[in-house]
Design a protein around this ligand. Structure first.
Ligand SMILES: NC(=O)c1ccc[n+]([C@@H]2O[C@H](COP(=O)([O-])OP(=O)(O)OC[C@H]3O[C@@H](n4cnc5c(N)ncnc54)[C@H](O)[C@@H]3O)[C@@H](O)[C@H]2O)c1
Ligand SMILES: [Zn+2]
Length: 365
């Protein structure tokens, strides 16, 4: 069974110093075994890091590796953000020591973005860096978290403040596993996909307008979103330039997440942020009214939120301290026409107020 359907799977190479492939499609996880003769060549031991909900899947991958002659073991971590702590990382390091993992061995991260971020971080730091294969199981993981090489954990001071750039040697995005992903997580991940459509690939917008659930064209949508991220990462591994465009919709989204104490799903906050950013561009004369409206219409059709009513003063304060905002100025990724992102710094207050009103927020007189 291993390898069946291989030819029909989609492959995207993420360029860079050490290019790697993202394999997308049904059964992609079964290619883990064949990696032992390519990018995992020389691996004697491997740790398969996963959270309890993905235990069945991880167990299958442990067996696959064992069949290929690798002494593999599962390492269980807490689910979701609870995986991304220094204490959990320390626990995994102890496990790797117990398993006798050396520099020539490997880590496999299996799960949503939280677990792949942790697994990547542990791989980056164990013996100063062992190979990691990511097996993302959420849409967000497949199109965003598991590729690009950013890994990390959270601290009391904030999310993702401790981490390392450590690209995987391969990413296996098995769309079969999405069948078990909760619907709300699927939809939230699709917010990153539609974002990629707006900044770089209008075909994504057409596909989602034809089927806003994203179910009909899941593989093509994921492939296209992966290509957008791969292009940006290939040009800018260390996130100093074009990669910033991936933050379309994220300035407001990060503020909503913080003000709501991370009670919103990231993708849901991004959805509102896209509507907000579109209105800003409309105000700046960069998008037509029809292009602005296309954002809200599509985001709503996808079942994602387009409105957020909170404390505007507070949101603006938080947006100013967004770690990606570089200094005190307010920076937004906006579109100068669909598919053409650029930075808008310190927009007029009237434009900001109009964008806030567009997501349903009231503006004090
Ligand atoms: N490294 C990066 O570049 C990057 C980019 C974006 C996001 N992230 C990180 O990704 C994380 C969010 O990732 P996420 O949205 O995948 O959330 P998550 O990892 O918290 O997963 C969400 C939930 O879905 C469950 N789940 C995942 N796949 C499943 C499946 N196939 N079947 C059943 N349940 C499944 C998980 O167990 C979890 O309960 C955040 O920590 C964020 O900081 C990292
Ligand atoms: Zn995001």
């Amino acid at each position: 069974m291993s390898g069946s359907g291989r030819a029909t799977r989609r492959r995207v190479t993420v360029p860079g110093e050490r290019p790697y492939d993202v394999v997308i499609g049904p059964g992609a996880r079964h290619e883990l075994g064949s990696l032992t003769s390519t990018v995992l060549d020389g691996t004697a031991r491997a740790a398969v890091v996963h959270a309890p909900p993905l235990a069945g899947l991880a167990g299958g991958l442990v067996e696959t590796l064992q069949t290929a002659g690798v002494a593999a073991e599962a390492v269980v971590v807490p689910d979701g953000e609870a995986a991304k702590t220094a204490a959990v990382a320390a626990g995994v390091w102890e496990e790797l020591g117990r398993l006798g993992l050396t520099r020539s061995d490997a880590v496999v991260g299996v799960g949503g973005g939280a677990v792949t971020d942790l697994a990547g971080f542990v791989a980056a730091t164990w013996t100063r860096g062992v190979r990691v294969v990511q097996v993302p199981t959420s849409v967000l993981g497949m199109v965003d978290a598991a590729l690009g090489g950013k890994t990390g954990i959270n601290t009391g001071a904030g999310k993702n403040l401790v981490g390392a750039f450590h690209p995987p040697v391969a990413v296996l995005a098995d769309t079969d596993v999405l069948a078990a992903l909760p619907e709300a997580e699927f939809r939230a991940g699709m917010a990153e996909v539609v974002k990629c459509g707006f900044i770089a690939d209008p075909a994504v917008l057409d596909l989602l307008e034809a089927d806003p659930t994203g179910r009909r064209d899941t593989e093509e949508l994921i492939e296209r979103a992966v290509r957008v991220k791969a292009d940006a990462v290939g040009a800018d591994l260390y996130d100093t330039g074009v990669r910033e465009f991936l933050n379309y919709g994220h300035t407001l989204a990060h503020a909503i997440e913080r003000v709501e104490d991370f009670g919103w799903r990231h993708g849901e906050a991004v959805a509102v942020g896209l509507v907000f950013a579109a209105e800003l561009a409309g105000q700046a004369g960069l998008l037509t009214r029809a292009e602005v409206d296309r954002h809200a219409r599509l985001v709503a059709a996808m079942g994602l939120p387009t409105r957020y009513t909170g404390d505007w003063e507070r949101i603006q304060t938080v947006m100013r301290v967004d770690k990606k905002a570089r200094g005190a100025s307010l920076r937004f990724v906006v579109l100068d026409g669909i598919g053409n992102p650029r930075i808008l710094a310190d927009p007029d207050q009237a434009w900001l107020d109009a964008a806030w009103a567009a997501v349903g927020g009231g503006v004090p007189a």
